[in-house]
Design a protein around this ligand. Structure first.
Ligand SMILES: Cc1cc2nc3c(=O)[nH]c(=O)nc-3n(C[C@H](O)[C@H](O)[C@H](O)COP(=O)(O)OP(=O)(O)OC[C@H]3O[C@@H](n4cnc5c(N)ncnc54)[C@H](O)[C@@H]3O)c2cc1C
Length: 259
C-alpha cells in the first residue's frame, strides 16, 4: 500500500508567533521549525498501516527551507521518502493554492491512501484536506479517530458530538485524522541516522505546472483583512453554596441552554 502523508512543518510551539503588520501573515522565516504534532499523528497512522499491510509512506510538505528539519524528523520516525515543495513563487499561497500544489505533487506518485491531519496547529483552517480530495478526485473521510484497511476497503470511526459514525470507502481515498488518534513515536537513533540517507524530492511551482494565477500571493483568493486580539475574558460568576449550590448551578446552566 502506497501512503502519502501531508504534513505541515510549523514554527515550534516554544516560539511566540509574530504577525507581520503589513502582510498580516505569520512571520515564519528565521523561526525554529518543527514537524506539526498533528502531522506527526497522521504520519504515525501511515506507519502503523504499512507495518501491518506492507508498503511505503511518503511525507509531502509545502514550506520554506526551514521546513527541512521537520521533514528529516518525519523520515527519522520511519517515512520512506519525502517531497518538499519549495519555491519563493509559492509564498503567499492561500489554502486552495496550498491544496493545488500538494495535489500536483501527489499526482506524480502512485498512491492508495492520503493521510492528513484534520487541521494544522498554526493556521488550523481545516480546509486543505477537503480541497485536496476534490482536486485528486478521491473520497474524503474526515475526523477519523480510528482507521482500518481491509483489501480495497477503508473504514474509519468518524468522531461525532455524541460518539462516532462508521464511514467506509474504496481506495484510493483521503483520510483526515483527529489529533488524539494516537501517540506518535519518537525517532530512535537508528532512524535519525538512516534519515540522512533517505531521498527528499524537491519541486518548484513550475515543476508542478502551477503558475502565478493559481499559487502564491497573486493566485490567492483569500485575503486577510484584519488581525486583532480576542476580546478579554469576562469575569466568572461566583456561586456561593448555602445548601442550594447544586440548584443554582443547574439554573445557571439552564439559563445558558446547556441543559
Ligand atoms: C492571503 C494568505 C496568504 C498566506 N500566505 C502564506 C505564506 O506565505 N506561507 C505560508 O506558509 N502560509 C501562508 N498562508 C497560510 C496558508 O494558506 C495556510 O498555511 C495553508 O493554506 C494551510 O492552511 P492551514 O494550515 O489552515 O491548513 P489546514 O486545512 O488546517 O491543514 C489541514 C491539513 O492539511 C495538510 N496541510 C496543510 N498545509 C500543508 C502544507 N503546507 N504542507 C503539507 N500539508 C499541509 C496537513 O495534513 C494539515 O494538517 C496564507 C494564508 C492566506 C489567507
Amino acid at each position: 500500500m502506497n501512503i502519502i502523508v501531508c504534513g505541515k512543518v510549523i514554527p515550534a510551539s516554544s516560539v511566540t508567533i509574530e504577525i507581520d503588520p503589513n502582510t498580516k501573515r505569520m512571520v515564519r522565516r528565521g523561526a525554529p521549525h518543527e514537524l506539526d504534532p498533528a502531522a506527526a499523528s497522521a504520519l504515525e497512522e501511515g506507519l502503523r498501516l504499512t507495518e501491518k499491510h506492507g508498503g511505503a509512506v511518503t511525507i509531502v510538505t509545502m514550506g520554506i527551507s526551514d521546513a527541512t528539519i521537520g521533514i528529516r524528523n518525519a523520515l527519522a520516525m520511519g517515512a520512506n521518502s519525502a517531497i518538499h515543495i519549495l519555491d519563493d513563487a509559492l509564498v503567499g499561497s492561500d489554502a486552495l493554492g496550498t491544496a493545488k500544489a500538494l495535489a500536483a505533487a501527489i499526482k506524480k506518485e502512485p498512491f492508495d491512501l492520503i493521510i492528513c491531519a484534520s487541521e494544522s496547529s498554526d493556521s488550523y483552517s481545516g480546509i486543505v484536506p477537503g480541497q485536496l480530495a476534490r482536486l485528486l478526485g478521491v473520497p474524503p473521510l474526515t475526523f477519523a479517530k480510528e482507521i482500518a484497511v481491509e483489501g480495497n476497503k477503508i473504514t474509519i470511526k468518524r468522531q461525532s458530538e455524541s460518539g462516532y459514525d462508521v464511514v467506509e470507502a474504496e481506495l484510493p481515498a483521503l483520510v483526515a485524522v483527529t489529533s488524539g488518534i494516537n501517540e506518535p513515536r519518537y525517532p530512535q537513533l537508528k532512524g535519525i541516522m538512516g534519515a540522512k540517507k533517505k531521498e527528499i524530492k524537491k519541486y518548484t511551482a513550475q515543476d508542478l505546472g502551477l503558475g502565478p494565477e493559481q499559487v502564491g500571493a497573486s493566485g490567492a483568493r483569500e485575503r486577510v483583512l484584519t488581525i486583532g486580539r480576542p476580546p478579554a475574558r469576562q469575569g466568572g460568576k461566583v456561586v456561593t453554596d448555602e445548601g442550594d449550590g447544586g440548584i443554582k448551578i443547574a439554573d445557571f446552566l439552564a439559563e445558558l441552554k446547556v441543559i
